[in-house]
Design a protein around this ligand. Structure first.
Ligand code: SR1
Length: 322
């Protein structure tokens, strides 16, 4: 649709600067998220100044302080640990720089928080696990504490185990670094060899699920052990749909859409527009069978099959075409 109003004068010269301060940048999820954010920045004629802590929380905090010192017009904080991010967020609030916090608790009510519905992500994946296992069996769980989305998914997992006493977590593994999938593959191999009764793996991050899939395939267990994950990318769709793949279900948003929303919310704040303080993006359950039956091979095709993965009304910018 055509825009309903003209852009505010501040946006005319392309000089609005939005700092995107990331904790992590490698992996399919983070790459797609960035491409969405960059595409939206282009549409809105704003400069997106991107930094990454590359997994180093102190470096991310420093980058955040630098964005404050540089008087960015708005800041998006993408992931991070509360204790390292919150002191710098306070400085941004004091400097009256509008801030959007994605997947990290900013600790300041002035900031807009953006999340995927992580409880629903875990519920959808675990619903599939329960259906397939009949609600009983040994499960390998992949988790690293401290990442807000993983912590929320963990809350759902803890409740799920209480509600389903037939489900037994026999091992927990997990690592987040610049080669998460291969590190998780090594850990998963060891856990599967030590626990031959495992029939399901709950791996609620696509790098975890990819690593688990590698381990299951290498051990020749794909008929016996199924994987329930989170997130989606074109590469993930390839892994899920390849012949004999053990990755049977994932619950996901479209990461590029979430990146777009972050930039829209930041731009609205720069323009002094109202933005809901908490933006939560709902996921969809994507199954191996659904992908194969529909012949879906890319995220582009997926978003056409699941129109709810695109949410143009969340943080809609009235002066941008949609
Ligand atoms: C290390 S945290 C990884 C998660 O962040 C995003 O919320 C993605 O959904 C991913 O699973």
């Amino acid at each position: 649709a055509a825009p309903s109003v003209s852009p505010p004068a501040t946006f005319a010269g392309g000089n609005v600067r939005i700092a995107l301060v990331r904790q992590l940048s490698s992996g399919d999820y983070f790459e797609q998220w960035l491409s969405g954010a960059q595409a939206e920045a282009k549409v809105l004629n704003v400069r997106l100044e991107v930094s990454s802590g590359d997994g180093n929380n102190d470096k991310q905090a420093l980058n955040l302080e630098q964005a404050v010192t540089a008087k960015s017009d708005a800041i998006i904080v993408d992931h991070g640990f509360a204790q390292t991010v919150q002191p710098a967020v306070k400085k941004a609030v004091t400097a009256k720089i509008p801030l959007v916090a994605f997947d990290v608790d900013p600790g300041s009510p002035e900031a807009v928080t953006l999340t995927q519905d992580d409880h629903q992500i875990a519920e959808q994946a675990l619903g599939a696990l329960k259906t397939d296992t009949g609600g009983s069996g040994e499960v390998l769980y992949v988790y690293v504490a401290g990442f807000a989305p993983l912590d929320r998914r963990n809350e759902t997992w803890e409740q799920f185990k209480k509600d389903n006493p037939g489900i037994k977590q026999v091992a927990q593994i997990g690592v987040v670094n610049s080669s998460t999938a291969s590190a998780v593959a090594d850990q998963a191999k060891a856990a599967l060899q030590a626990n031959p009764g495992i029939k399901a793996i709950f791996a609620p991050y696509d790098e975890f699920a990819k690593g688990a899939a590698l381990a299951v395939k290498e051990l020749g267990l794909a008929d016996k052990v199924k994987i329930y994950g989170a997130d989606i990318s074109t590469a993930d769709i390839g892994v899920m749909t390849e012949p004999g793949s053990p990755w049977v279900a994932t619950s996901a948003t479209d990461p590029a859409n979430v990146g777009r929303i972050a930039v829209r919310a930041a731009a609205l704040l720069v323009a002094g527009e109202n933005v809901d303080r908490a933006l939560t993006i709902p996921p969809s359950l994507i199954t191996q069978k659904g992908l194969r039956d529909a012949g879906i091979t890319s995220v582009e095709q997926l978003t056409r099959a699941f129109p709810t993965l695109t949410t143009p009304d969340v943080a809609r910018v009235p002066w941008a075409a949609s």
